[in-house]
Ligand binder design. Structure first.
Ligand SMILES: NC(=O)c1ccc[n+]([C@@H]2O[C@H](COP(=O)([O-])OP(=O)(O)OC[C@H]3O[C@@H](n4cnc5c(N)ncnc54)[C@H](OP(=O)(O)O)[C@@H]3O)[C@@H](O)[C@H]2O)c1
Length: 296
């Protein structure tokens, strides 16, 4: 298999590159930065490309593209988020016409105003979002389905594991004096996704025949409290969650919409966020594993 991976310098894209090269695939890795660490890419050939700027002038001949590049921030500048996540996706699609596209989307496309309870793929996208990241990911999904031949869209939720650039760093930023302030009560359920599982799902999708949208997560949801304690312990941080009712935080979130405890964050921690992964198991051949946090 000859594979192109966008976002290869990132958390998910790096894991995809390493899994693909370990499987003996020929991989061309793309990132925005001028150069990348060969170990992060599993030794794949690296090429810089700002996907928001233009289509690729001389794309490599590949069998499939795994598109992981994104502005993966829930408080990012909206213009940059839309430029990368929607215009950039358009540039990826037109750079590799007639190629199998595996688009790494996000469970953020489910309705943020309601709990996501063992959500099935047809329940998203919706018409309302709380930030540019989720809205642009939803718009990119629509674009992929409209333009690409036989695309696969993957929707992981809460990706964790070695090299995490997103979830764990955001939690650690918010630890104060051994406490992590968390909206809600910690008892609601969440689907977590090991980064190795996202990488496995990407390879299955790139090499297989299945077409459509697939939720990707670990085998069973866990409580938010277990997830947070596991993530903090995996970083070797001696801190524990301090739960605050969402109703007490919501007025502050409205007054300070760009703050750390914004409405999106509250919607993610105070409501159930679980995914039905039956379609991925049945049609992609995805084999989920239980949530296990890495040792520090
Ligand atoms: N992490 C999660 O919990 C999670 C959950 C659900 C879905 N996802 C999805 O998984 C994908 C990967 O996320 P991640 O966690 O791996 O994020 P990440 O570590 O921040 O990586 C983002 C990648 O995108 C690249 N990128 C950003 N802007 C770009 C641009 N304009 N042109 C080219 N490349 C650009 C970055 O390149 P440089 O670093 O070289 O600038 C980097 O390689 C995203 O689509 C995200 O929506 C992630």
């Amino acid at each position: 298999m000859r594979l192109a991976v966008t976002g290869a310098t990132g958390f998910v894209g790096g894991a995809v590159c390493r899994a693909a090269t370990a499987a003996g695939w020929e991989v061309t890795a793309f990132g925005r930065r001028p150069a990348a660490d060969a170990r992060h890419l599993g030794g794949a050939r690296y090429r810089p490309w700002d996907i928001g700027a233009a289509k690729l002038a001389d794309p490599p001949d590949v069998d499939a593209v795994v598109h992981c590049a994104a502005s993966a921030t829930d408080t990012g500048v909206a213009d940059e988020v839309w430029r990368t996540n929607l215009l950039g996706t358009h540039h990826v699609l037109v750079s590799f016409p007639d190629r199998r596209i595996v688009h790494v989307s996000s469970a953020s496309v489910y309705d943020p105003y309601r709990p996501t309870v063992r959500a099935k793929e047809h329940e998203a996208p919706v018409s309302r979002y709380l930030n540019a990241y989720a809205a642009a990911k939803a718009a990119a999904e629509r674009l992929v389905l409209a333009i690409a031949d036989d695309p696969v869209i993957l929707r992981p939720h809460a990706v964790y594991g070695p090299g995490d650039t997103t979830l764990l760093p955001r939690l650690l930023e918010n630890v104060r004096a051994g406490r992590l302030l968390v909206p809600g009560n910690g008892r609601v359920l969440v689907s977590m996704t090991a980064v190795s599982s996202v990488a496995r799902a990407c390879l299955l999708a790139a090499a297989g025949d299945a077409v459509g949208v697939f939720n990707i997560a670990d085998s069973d949801p866990i409580s938010i409290d277990r997830a947070l304690r596991g993530l903090l312990a995996s970083a070797g941080v001696r801190a524990r969650p301090l739960y605050v009712p969402a109703a007490l935080l919501s007025p502050f979130a409205r007054v300070f919409p760009g703050g750390r405890l914004n409405r999106y964050v509250i919607s993610q921690f105070a409501m159930e966020r679980t995914l039905d992964i039956t379609a991925a198991i049945d049609r992609l051949g995805y084999e989920p594993e239980p949530t296990t946090f890495p040792a520090p």
